[in-house]
Design a protein around this ligand. Structure first.
Ligand code: ATR
Length: 265
């Protein structure tokens, strides 16, 4: 079978090494490649994928929303988020899934086993946040709190959550057991953090969905304070593992996938 990830740019994607390492370990001769599709060529997506005879593919930035009109069906998580990161091709039908949220939550459960009782603050209200919040809602008893810079971002959110500003988040920080940064603040070498961690309680786990850099500024600050931290590597590995299970209905080798990614970071 043949699989791929589509995006633009895609050269630095670690999905091929991660999936190919898994196929190799399972003695499966399937292959996984990266395909660069510029926005201007996206209307050719059906031809490009059919030419390659793929059985499924991942979709990454900037095409996670653009793929929607080409799909025959999408799952509930994709409907809520409005974006798809996994497509399974079955009998010519394209079925869309979104494994980012479940990938993140699976990783978080290992870092914080008592997840169901945790008071959680999520920073940011973009697509990544929505996918994680929708998935966390299935696992966590206390109501989730989401903080964002721009309150109007919540206008199309009909999830049952507390919606607060970033300054209110700073003031109430000590109430939370887990803080999850879904904003891009601190990516791309800048030292930005979405909020000040001055009021952070000493037990609180600080998590970021990013893993390049491996420690974003918010994680560095939390670590300096002696708090437990958790980066986005698990999310990346488990979203890939979920995609693999959707395509093949087999169990992937998580450890092999993780080691393959770590080796290339
Ligand atoms: P994604 O799909 O990755 O979630 P997005 O939809 O562009 O990306 O959302 C980015 C989120 O990060 C938004 O909540 C954004 O806040 P606004 O709604 O106010 O734009 C938030 N964000 C981006 N840069 C930020 C920064 N420097 N500080 C705080 N929040 C930031």
């Amino acid at each position: 079978m043949k699989y791929a990830v589509i995006g633009n740019p895609i050269d630095h994607s670690l999905s091929p090494v991660m999936h190919n390492a898994n196929f190799e370990t399972l003695n499966d001769d399937s292959t996984y490649e990266a395909i660069n599709i510029p926005e201007a060529h996206f209307h050719l997506i059906k031809e490009i994928i059919e030419d390659k005879a793929l059985s499924g593919f991942n979709v990454t930035i900037p095409h996670k929303e653009r793929i929607l009109p080409y799909l025959d069906e999408i799952d509930d998580q994709s409907k809520t988020v409005g974006a798809v990161n996994t497509v399974k091709i079955e009998g010519g039908k394209w079925i869309g899934y979104n494994t980012d949220g479940i990938g993140y939550v699976t990783g978080l459960k290992q870092a914080y086993p008592d997840l169901q009782n945790a008071y959680i603050l999520i920073l940011g209200a973009g697509g990544a946040s929505k996918g994680i919040v929708n998935e966390l809602n299935k696992h966590v008893r206390p109501k989730l709190t989401v903080a964002n810079r721009t309150m109007s971002r919540f206008d199309n959110w009909d999830l049952d959550i507390n919606k607060i500003s970033l300054s209110d988040a700073e003031k109430s920080l000590a109430e939370f057991d887990i803080i999850i940064n879904t904003t891009p603040a601190g990516m791309n070498q800048n030292k930005d953090v979405a909020i000040s961690l001055d009021q952070l309680a000493s037990h609180t786990l600080v998590s970021d969905i990013v893993y390049i850099p491996f420690k974003t500024p918010i994680l560095e600050i939390a670590e300096e304070k002696g708090n437990p931290i958790h980066n986005g590597l698990d999310m990346f590995v488990y979203q890939g593992a979920e995609s693999f299970e959707i395509w093949t209905e087999q169990t992937p080798d998580i450890q092999v996938m993780k080691e393959a990614v770590l080796k290339h970071l």
